[in-house]
Design a protein. Structure first.
Length: 227
């Protein structure tokens, strides 16, 4: 059963659901908006970015990133969650690559994988709402609840996720666009060269035809004068 806003609030007050820090403005009719946390790691970089100090970070086209939520969540064995990117970022071209479900028993920050599929850079602001979570109450407690790792509980990006992100070798859309632009310029230059060659060839053929005509005329003149 999908939980309404009043049920989400009641579950947090009873301790069955933990959302810390809880913000009233992030509670929607049937979901809760998670905010961008302090840890961000982008593909092609070795060091995490501390958004709490920098304030924001820009994802260039074609860049993958891992970002933690500002909120830490804790789900009882009777509650599951469903994650989705807010439409504001979807319209800008952000694609979420994380698993859609939060299993019962999960505890810690959420680590969200993002990909900028647009041809433009997109800025992520610290503590800006960027993903929404729907909570569902199960008909019975899960027999095998999720066992969170120490890194997630402590608010860190798991090492296995960071290692995988660092191995990615992707070509950004901006690089592809630049290559296409250069290809277009090269094709244009080639077309100009071919056009110039056609013009020169045309002039050459016309000149050759003129010379042949003059030669024929001279030959005729010789015949007339010798006769």
């Amino acid at each position: 059963m999908l939980m309404a806003d009043s049920q989400i609030r009641a579950a947090t007050e009873s301790g069955e659901l933990k959302i810390e820090p809880f913000a009233d403005e992030c509670l929607e009719a049937a979901s809760y908006d998670m905010r961008i946390g302090k840890r961000l790691l982008m593909s092609g970089q070795n060091e995490e970015i501390d958004l709490s100090k920098r304030g924001s970070a820009t994802l260039k086209p074609g860049v993958f990133a891992l970002v933690t939520t500002h909120e830490s969540v804790g789900l009882s064995e009777r509650i599951a969650g469903h994650i989705g990117v807010k439409s504001y970022y979807t319209r800008k071209g952000i694609v979420m690559l994380s698993g859609l479900q939060i299993d019962p028993g999960f505890e810690g920050v959420l680590v969200i994988g993002l990909y900028n599929a647009s041809p433009r850079s997109i800025t992520l602001e610290y503590q800006a709402p960027f993903c929404t979570v729907e909570f569902l109450r199960l008909t019975e407690a899960a027999a095998k609840p999720f066992a969170p790792g120490a890194e997630q509980i402590s608010g860190k990006i798991p090492s296995v996720d960071k290692d995988y992100l660092r191995t990615l070798e992707t070509q950004s859309l901006s690089e592809m666009a630049e290559q296409l632009r250069q290809l277009s310029i090269n094709v244009g230059d080639l077309a100009t060269t071919v056009g110039a060659m056609k013009w020169v060839l045309g002039i050459g053929l016309a000149s050759l035809a003129l010379l042949i005509s003059l030669f024929g005329l001279l030959q005729n003149l010789r015949i007339v004068t010798s006769g």
